[in-house]
Design a protein around this ligand. Structure first.
Ligand SMILES: [Zn+2]
Length: 81
């Protein structure tokens, strides 16, 4: 059984936020992201983290940032009846 890992995506522009992804997320690609920019000027991938708690801890340790969950990898977080 493969172990699931998590990544924390940090972005500063235009809005500051961090978003937590699972490793298999299509917008994450194991921390490489989808941006084909030669230089990533205003974003960064942190991880992998072995547990969601660890990833969330890292996300919350980043100052002045809103912590979000990816809608693709955490549908349960948005599943409000
Ligand atoms: Zn995701």
């Amino acid at each position: 059984m493969e172990k699931e890992t998590y990544f924390v995506f940090e972005k500063w522009n235009p809005k500051r936020f961090v978003r937590i992804h699972r490793d298999e997320c299509s917008s994450c690609f194991y921390g490489r992201g989808t941006q084909k920019l030669a230089k990533r000027v205003s974003c960064k991938w942190n991880g992998p983290y072995g547990t969601l708690e660890e990833a969330e801890g890292k996300a919350r340790s980043i100052p002045a940032s809103e912590v979000l969950f990816c809608k693709l990898c955490f549908p349960e977080k948005f599943d409000k009846p």
